[in-house]
Design a protein around this ligand. Structure first.
Ligand code: WTA
Length: 571
């Protein structure tokens, strides 16, 4: 294969010598950078916010540069500190304590970020949910986490099935509303009548901070539990990979319902005290470029699905905008197509740096940094302090260029510490001291990792991780559907799309209207991104003798591939 290599970018980068830093780096030494090193007691909210608000040179700097089609707001570090203090006081008034789960189900807004930090300040565990979730998705997550408090907006309230949520005591409503029940708390009213001073709850490094629900190939979404300790990796990668400098204007396009939107939409940038651009709403390519040009964005973290849209929109539109502020671009969430990297060189005259990590890993693990040669199509190399390898199913390391399980040596700081209330699920990730990612990959002679695919049935559609079981479960709730099998089908722009095979109950006929109704049922019950783009009616769904749906076989049929071993097929 004729492989293009893109040389390191000229300039003064934070991580100038990757190899040497790898040899000498230790997480223990990095801890000394933090003031909490002396007491051992920490709080992410203090490190990311209050520390800057207490610094006379930084307190009036814009921390949050928020905009959506209706609103634009600049919030300084001092103001964000005060607002989050107020919210911490509101939570305390309602007896929220360390370790309680407080969930957020609302679009991005300045209130979201104040509330988020308020939660951390009382030592509670924050659980951000995508605003696109419908009732079933909200129910599953709030039930499993036993959240005591939910922060939401009046127009999302109808998707919160309060009767099914016995643990949920209070609902904070952000925005005008008519609700009168005792369970409701009015955000604006409470904030007006609260002091802007609070006592931060100092916690241990290993105390809980965040629950992110994500999908696997089986079962309901699982709660990935992260602790304050993660901050040292958010800080380190903010330095090495995001290459942040104090005067940067940084923009991460991800929603905080996704781990990228917290680790790199909140923690890494604010640990470094940079101005953080946050945009709500959906964007067109023009909005993207316009955001960069208007706010003079210097560092941009986005996803392949967005970049592919920009590629389709063409190079002419790039020329309409002044993008000269941009210095550094990164991508995460799906394979970054080599063509997109090549296009980036032409369109922006910049390299696009792929980064690999997962909800479970809490922070970036395999990356391209500015001082490293890029091999388009490769995810790069492990960050200092992290060992990655390709292993077989017994945990043995495989030689270069051999495909296998992408695995990480257990023990990096931002690693999940549990799957909420599911210890056996947590244990199932590890063999012989390795965390097994579920991705297949190989490593070349020079130590670059190359993504090959998922080893399980997890679907990645436009960067959203979707579990087939969740979609199948919803499908069979529809009165017409008897059985369902769901797969990811390769798609040029979206990476994969969701395709569902179903069998119908007696009395139902395959028709366009029926399929549309079933699609809408999933869309309005679960979420838009989980609704199958393609639905096909079958006479039977292939299953193993033990009754498991054989998604692998459905996929082979769909793609016209050899069907492989079918010895466990029923009948
Ligand atoms: C995929 C949180 C290829 C992968 C960030 C992984 C990637 C899953 C890349 C995690 C990449 C993530 N190249 N594939 N650079 N980054 N993935 O937890 O399959 O929503 O296991 O992502 O996304 O998804 P999650």
């Amino acid at each position: 294969m004729d492989m293009q290599k893109i040389p390191a970018r000229e300039g003064n980068h934070n991580l100038t010598d990757y190899e040497k830093t790898r040899e000498t780096f230790s997480w223990e030494a990095l801890k000394k950078h933090f003031t909490w090193n002396e007491t051992g007691k920490v709080n992410m909210a203090y490190e990311a916010l209050d520390r800057h608000a207490e610094n006379p040179k930084k307190k009036d700097q814009v921390a949050l540069l928020y905009s959506d089609p209706e609103r634009e707001e600049k919030v300084t570090f001092a103001t964000l500190r005060d607002e989050s203090n107020k919210f911490a006081n509101v939570l305390r008034k309602y007896d929220v304590k360390k370790g309680d789960r407080v969930f957020l189900f609302m679009p991005r807004s300045p209130e979201f970020y104040a509330a988020f930090f308020g939660i951390l300040k009382v030592g509670a565990i924050a659980g951000p949910l995508f605003e696109a979730f419908m009732e079933q998705a909200v129910r599953d997550r709030l039930q499993d986490s036993e959240a005591r408090v939910l922060i939401t907006t009046p127009d999302l309230l109808y998707r919160v099935p309060q009767n099914d949520l016995p643990a949920l005591e209070k609902i904070v409503l952000v925005g005008d509303h008519q609700e009168t029940g005792e369970q409701y708390i009015d955000y604006n009213k409470e904030m007006e009548n609260t002091s802007a001073k609070t006592e931060i709850e100092w916690v241990d490094l290993e105390d809980g901070m965040l629950l992110h629900y994500t999908s696997g190939s089986t079962g309901k979404p699982k709660g990935v539990y992260h602790v304050h300790h993660a901050m040292i990796q958010h800080y380190a990668t903010g330095d090495w990979v995001l290459d942040l400098k104090e005067d940067d204007v940084y923009w991460c396009t991800a929603d905080p319902g996704w781990v990228t939107g917290t680790s790199y939409g909140i923690f890494a940038p604010w640990l470094h005290g940079v101005t953080n651009v946050i945009r709500g709403g959906r964007f067109t390519p023009d909005d993207w470029y316009n955001t960069i040009a208007t706010y003079r964005v210097t560092v941009w973290y986005t996803a392949p699905t967005a970049l592919r849209k920009l590629v389709s929109a063409g190079e002419d539109i790039v020329k309409k905008y002044d993008l000269s502020s941009l210095r550094h671009i990164m991508s995460v969430g799906e394979p970054l197509n080599p063509e997109v990297v090549t296009w980036g060189l032409k369109a922006f005259n910049l390299r696009i740096h792929d980064t690999w990590w997962m909800t479970e890993t809490g922070a970036q693990l395999i990356v391209n940094v500015p001082s490293m040669e890029i091999r388009p199509g490769s995810m790069g190399k492990p960050i200092p302090g992290v060992d990655a390898a390709i292993i077989d199913n017994e945990g043995n390391e495989l030689p270069a260029n051999q495909m296998g399980n992408l695995a990480i040596k257990k023990g990096w700081p931002s690693m999940m510490r549990a799957i909420w209330k599911n210890p056996s699920k947590y244990e199932s990730y590890f063999i012989h001291g390795w965390y097994v990612s579920g991705d297949s990959a190989y490593k070349d002679e020079d130590g670059y990792f190359w993504f090959q695919g998922r080893l399980d049935d997890v679907i990645n559609t436009s960067g959203e991780r979707v579990g087939p079981f969740e979609v199948e479960s919803k499908l069979i709730e529809h009165p017409a559907v008897a059985e369902a099998g769901v797969i990811g089908k390769p798609h040029a722009e979206r990476g994969e799309i969701i395709k569902a095979f179903i069998t119908l109950n007696d009395g139902y006929q395959d028709s366009e209207e029926l399929l549309e109704d079933i699609r809408r049922f999933v869309k309005t019950g679960l979420s838009a991104h989980a609704a199958p783009r393609e639905l096909e009616v079958k006479d039977t769904i292939p299953k193993t003798r033990s009754g498991k749906i054989m998604r692998r076989l459905l996929k082979s049929w769909e793609l016209g591939l050899p069907t492989g071993d079918t010895s466990t097929l029923e009948e």
